[in-house]
Ligand binder design. Structure first.
Ligand code: AMP
Ligand code: MG
Length: 338
């Protein structure tokens, strides 16, 4: 396995070498602005199957294809409508994935058997060049074993997936930290299937926005969902976690203090830190929290506590994406104090 260190200096020759791995059907881990991806040629069924094997991902959970240009979107998607075009003009490149009708060249292995394909154009320059040099859309789910928090820094990723890939590009910590927003336009309405950095409020300029009801709710085994990924356990540490939320910060603190024992760990806002016995801060702003949360969720098992208590945030703006991840990290173990 080769590691290219492009943290401080982007070397295009290294990216070309990594693109050669993609072209020859191998797996490459690379940074995007959201989280790290474990990538392969999105039009090569064997290479795609290797991603599922490496992650232990269920094969009905479709992958996002990453492109470097709008031209590449047209190579793999059809029936593109006016709203989708406007969304692309505004948010590509960036942390938005749009689900389109797929063209025949996209193998069903990539789409979990669906006739649609999720497409995103990353703004991270390393990701963009890697796709351009590979001259093919790159299928890339988050670089983590399925069910675990997404990979946002290289040392976590090497431990978990290093022996399963041919090449890793180290681009430093990812900027945003939570995955892209996933949308599907149906009858001119924009359905958010996974909340992310692009918020409901940002999308509203382009049409009516509907937040899929499964985003924050529990999902039953046989529920019909628009996005298969919603069904799966995700982001979960091995230690049991509970989330507590209240609009009233004093009530939030007192409920958490009630749950605390000598062997619990609280994950909380920096400003509340002094209230708890043992805690880790996830920062102050929603941007801080999005950036830090996966790294923290990966660390909590090292503390050997009986219970992790996590402070929830308001489900507005970027808070919706954070709460979607936290609720799932806690396996829907969630207390709200009015
Ligand atoms: P990940 O690869 O872990 O970032 O997850 C990709 C997310 O996009 C999952 O939640 C998938 O269910 C969703 N997704 C990808 N392609 C499609 C598609 N064609 N239709 C619906 N959801 C999709
Ligand atoms: Mg993932």
């Amino acid at each position: 396995m080769v590691i290219y260190n492009l943290k401080d200096n982007i070397n295009l020759d290294d990216i070309k070498q990594a693109a050669d791995f993609i072209k020859s059907g191998k797996l490459v881990i690379f940074p995007t602005e959201t989280v790290y991806g474990i990538g392969a040629d999105g039009l090569n069924s064997d290479a795609i199957n290797d991603i599922f094997k490496a992650k232990g991902r269920k094969n009905d959970n479709p992958l996002i294809l990453h492109v470097s240009s709008i031209d590449m979107v047209y190579r793999i998607a059809k029936n593109i409508n006016e709203i989708e075009l406007k969304l692309m003009n505004k948010f590509f490149p960036g942390p938005l994935t749009i689900i389109f009708d797929k063209k025949e060249c996209v193998p069903y292995e990539a789409t979990g058997g669906l006739d649609t394909v999720g497409i995103r154009m990353p703004s991270n320059i390393i990701a963009n060049k890697l796709i351009e040099y590979s001259d093919t859309p790159i299928a890339a789910p988050s670089a983590n074993v399925s069910g675990k928090p997404s990979g946002t820094n290289i040392s976590d990723i090497i431990d978990e997936l290093g022996n399963k890939v041919s090449c890793i590009i180290d681009g430093g910590d990812t900027k945003i930290g939570v995955e892209s927003t996933v949308v599907r336009v149906i009858d001119n309405k924009i359905h958010i299937l996974r909340p992310g950095y692009v918020t409901k409020e940002m999308l509203e300029e382009y049409g009516e926005v509907i937040i899929d009801k499964h985003i924050l709710g529990d999902i039953e085994e046989n529920d019909k969902v628009l996005s298969p990924g919603m069904k799966y356990k995700h982001y979960a540490p091995n230690t049991k976690c509970v989330m507590v939320y209240s609009k009233d910060n004093n009530k939030l603190i007192s409920k958490i203090k009630e749950l605390e024992t000598f062997n619990t760990l609280v994950i909380c806002n920096e400003l509340n830190k002094n209230n708890y016995k043992k805690c880790i801060s996830y920062g102050i702003t929603l941007e801080d929290i999005a950036h830090n949360i996966f790294k923290i969720l990966r660390e909590v098992d090292n503390y050997n506590v009986d219970l992790v208590i996590i402070e929830g945030v308001e489900k507005e703006g970027l808070g919706l994406a954070i709460m979607n991840r936290l609720i799932r990290a806690c396996s829907h173990n969630y207390i709200e104090i009015k």
